[in-house]
Design a protein around this ligand. Structure first.
Ligand SMILES: [Zn+2]
Length: 79
């Protein structure tokens, strides 16, 4: 007796899951809306703590605004 439910499961199509994310922060000086996932993220400086569940490591980190060139501190990380 063939179990048709198992055969049906094996016939399911599969496809890749693509991760898209942004790390949004507003410059407290000029109000520029920055995305730290595509700027200033060399060596995963910002993304690595996020993906390794160490969000609190980013609190106190400094960011330099590309628009006004001022430096500011990350006070909290949330989603
Ligand atoms: Zn700025």
């Amino acid at each position: 007796m063939v179990d048709h439910s198992v055969i049906a499961d094996k016939a399911l199509k599969s496809t890749d899951l693509i991760v898209r994310y942004s790390l949004d922060i507003d410059c407290p000086y000029c109000g520029a809306e920055l995305d730290l996932s595509d700027q200033d993220d060399e060596n995963g400086r910002f993304s690595s703590p996020i993906f390794n569940n160490r969000w609190e490591d980013l609190v106190g980190d400094s960011v330099k605004c590309p628009d006004c060139a001022k430096e500011f501190i990350i006070s909290n990380v949330g989603f």
